[in-house]
Design a binder for this molecule. Structure first.
Ligand code: SAM
Length: 240
């Protein structure tokens, strides 16, 4: 059954989801960084640094930051791979990439789709994806592409929102997601985009189910870490 384009993106898949999500990120790009800092109480940098540590990168390694947005993952990645290392940031929103360029994020920005990567096989030592997998139109295709472009022994890590398992934390997340985030979004004229965040989190895979998907496309050694009272999930796996 084909779905109407008026449906919210967390109910969509395929081309319709891709286009709605892309347009949404194009529209919120000017306020994305500020909102990110407010919503995460400034902790998003620590979460990224933690995820990068799980990759055990070495100076000179090459990394891909998938769904790179405004390029914030490039900073801890650059620390890990040093000036000799290579970092490519890929995103399908030209406006988000433009913000990354303005900030001079230490990576090579590339416009492209996470479900059809414009890279040869076995090019990267590691891939990061921050708050990205929830948004892609075809998650399995995206994971297969990650597997394809990683070298044997390469690592993939995702950082994203999660629904806490603790009932008190879950209640807190509902209040924040159902009321505070949409209100903050309304203040910057983007209520729908900040309604999308909690809604898409609720309808996305649990960390355990994401880890299972990773193993289904050929990854091994899935590792799950929950941060911030279970609201943030870090899932890392390895290409054998
Ligand atoms: C929530 S932002 C996260 C940005 C960045 N990773 C961060 O940690 O701040 C999600 C990003 O994913 C990008 N994105 C979503 N689906 C994509 C796809 N299929 N291909 C490439 N980028 C995509 C969006 O344009 C957006 O910049």
């Amino acid at each position: 059954m084909s779905r109407s384009v008026s449906q919210p993106p967390w109910h969509l898949s395929g081309h319709e989801k891709r286009e709605q999500v892309r347009e949404m990120f194009e529209s919120i790009s000017p306020t994305y960084d500020a909102m990110n800092s407010v919503m995460s109480l400034g902790l998003h940098r620590r979460w990224r640094a933690y995820a990068v540590r799980l990759l055990a990168l070495e100076p000179g390694d090459s990394a891909l930051d998938l769904c790179c947005g405004t390029g914030d993952f490039a900073y801890p990645l650059r620390k890990a791979v040093g000036s000799q290392g290579a970092i490519v940031g890929l995103d399908f929103s030209a406006q988000m990439l433009a913000r990354a360029k303005q900030k001079d994020a230490p990576m090579t920005p590339t416009l492209g789709d996470a479900c059809a990567l414009p890279f040869q096989e076995e090019r990267f030592d590691a891939i990061t994806v921050g708050w990205g997998l929830r948004n892609v139109a075809d998650l399995d295709a995206c994971l297969r592409e990650c597997h394809r472009v990683l070298k044997p022994g390469g690592r993939l890590v995702s950082v994203d929102m999660a629904v806490p398992t603790n009932p008190v934390a879950r209640l807190g997340a509902r209040v924040v997601g159902g009321w505070i985030l949409p209100t903050l979004g309304a203040l910057v004229g983007r209520r729908e985009a900040y309604t999308y965040l909690p809604k898409s989190t609720e309808s996305f895979d649990s960390p355990e189910s994401l880890a299972r998907r990773m193993t289904q496309v050929g990854f091994t050694e899935p590792l799950i870490r929950r941060l911030f009272f279970g609201n943030i999930a870090v899932v890392r796996c390895v290409k054998p």
